[in-house]
Design a binder for this molecule. Structure first.
Ligand code: FES
Ligand SMILES: [Fe+2]
Length: 413
């Protein structure tokens, strides 16, 4: 849909939006809003994967967002770096696959080769005076938090500060740094990314749409949340809800403990454990799960015996991906310690249900009969997410965005 149908500027739509209601139609349909969204999202931190995927020198993975693509590679020196996946000859993508391994990165177009740290190694038939040192792959910002790899495409990514401390405490409790990936699946959703995120942040839909999830999780019931900033005496884990706008230069994060149904220990058919406990939090088997988030597109869920990384990837105005990565203890072996089918059952069925309801939401939102509707008492998370998005979009528009690549920080973890 174009601005012909919605002639207001984004700024006018922002100022005219009714608080406590879902967004005006143009936010979900307009390509200019989507472009502005991408500029905002590119400036933030996104989860690119887990360190177990790049454990050895030469291993690399890629992560995409809009027009941007990052290579996260472990160099011969053992250091993990993020590099812009853009060849310095004429701009081709260098790495075309989600992951790979090798001593060099070779551009498929004219075969320039790069070292794993980004330095240009060879370029054929270049004129005299050509300076290889000035044509390395550009560095991007990278941060590893308890085994999770975060990258940013922004010139000046928000500080991690308290956000990092909050999610690190959650992940440390379940030893995510020592985890391994048991499974990963991508769910393609024919909807605007904001409908995907709005859906993820409320459990108003859980009872009608997720019967399997709802029998196990207190979150599916009204008035279930008892947040406390007092650390749990046994785990030291405090609930944390910052939702701090990035305008002050800090990334947002959220950590929330939530109860499972009586007797349930994890997210499984019968609530019984599916895999060996992870870390000291898993060993306690206390019937809790912990939801976490960092930035605008990365979410985490820790059970006693397995974990989930949710990577939300906007692909087009009406095209989004939800990638789900299942983590288990590093020593757990498929077949011996867990059954991959049983491990992935709950969040596979839940994600398929989410795809369906989000696509129906998009279909209705595209109609001329759509108008923003009021949030319920069970949608505070969605309301907070929407307000945060709007505030940050307004700030970003005022500031003129300002993303790009820069000399980033390499993290040796
Ligand atoms: S664009 Fe990469 S070698 Fe030409
Ligand atoms: Fe859902």
């Amino acid at each position: 849909m174009s601005t012909i149908d919605h002639p207001a500027t984004i700024e006018t739509m922002l100022s005219g939006r009714r608080p406590g209601y879902s967004l005006p139609q143009g936010f979900y349909l307009r390509s200019d809003v989507f472009e502005a969204d991408l500029r905002l999202l590119e400036s933030r931190w996104i989860c690119a994967g887990h360190v177990s995927e790049v454990a050895e020198s030469g291993d690399w993975i890629t992560a995409e967002l809009g027009a941007e693509s990052a290579i996260v590679a472990r160099g011969q020196d053992g250091v993990l770096r993020a590099l812009a996946n853009v060849c310095r000859h004429r701009g081709s993508r260098v790495c075309l696959e989600p992951k790979g391994s090798g001593a060099l990165l070779t551009c498929p177009y004219h075969a320039w080769t790069f070292h794993l740290d980004g330095r240009l190694r060879s370029a054929r038939e270049m004129p005299s005076g050509f300076d290889p040192a000035a044509h390395g792959l550009k560095p991007l910002s990278l941060k590893v938090i308890e085994g999770l790899i975060f990258v940013s495409f922004g010139d000046a990514p928000p500080h991690l500060g308290e956000a990092e401390a909050a999610v690190a405490a959650m992940m440390r409790l379940y030893d995510w740094a020592g985890a391994r990936i048991a499974a990963r699946r991508t769910y393609r959703v024919a909807a605007n990314w904001k409908l995907v995120m709005e859906n993820y942040h409320e459990c108003y839909h859980c009872a009608p749409s997720h019967p399997e999830f709802s029998v196990l999780h207190a979150l599916a019931r009204p008035n279930n949340r008892t947040l406390s900033n007092e650390p749990d005496p046994e785990t030291g884990l405090a609930d944390f809800e910052a939702w701090t706008a990035a305008a002050d230069g800090f990334e947002t994060a959220r950590v929330m403990r939530s109860a499972l149904a009586d007797g349930a220990l994890t997210g499984s058919v019968d609530g019984q454990l599916l895999a060996p406990p992870m870390g000291p939090g898993g060993a306690r088997r206390d019937g809790l799960c912990v939801f976490g988030e960092l930035g605008l597109l990365s979410a985490f869920l820790a059970y006693a015996d397995y974990g989930l990384i949710y990577r939300f990837i906007p692909r087009g105005v009406l095209d989004s991906e939800m990638e789900v990565i299942w983590l288990v203890a590093g020593s757990a072996e498929a077949g011996r310690d867990y059954d991959p089918e049983r491990l992935t059952w709950l969040w596979d069925v839940t994600s398929q249900e989410d795809k369906l309801i989000i696509e129906r939401n998009q279909a209705g939102v595209a109609s001329r009969a759509y108008e923003p509707g009021p949030f319920s008492l069970m949608e505070p998370g969605t309301q907070a997410y929407v307000e945060r998005y709007l505030g940050e979009l307004a700030n970003a528009l005022m500031a003129g965005f300002g993303t790009g690549t820069k000399g980033g920080t390499a993290d040796g973890l």
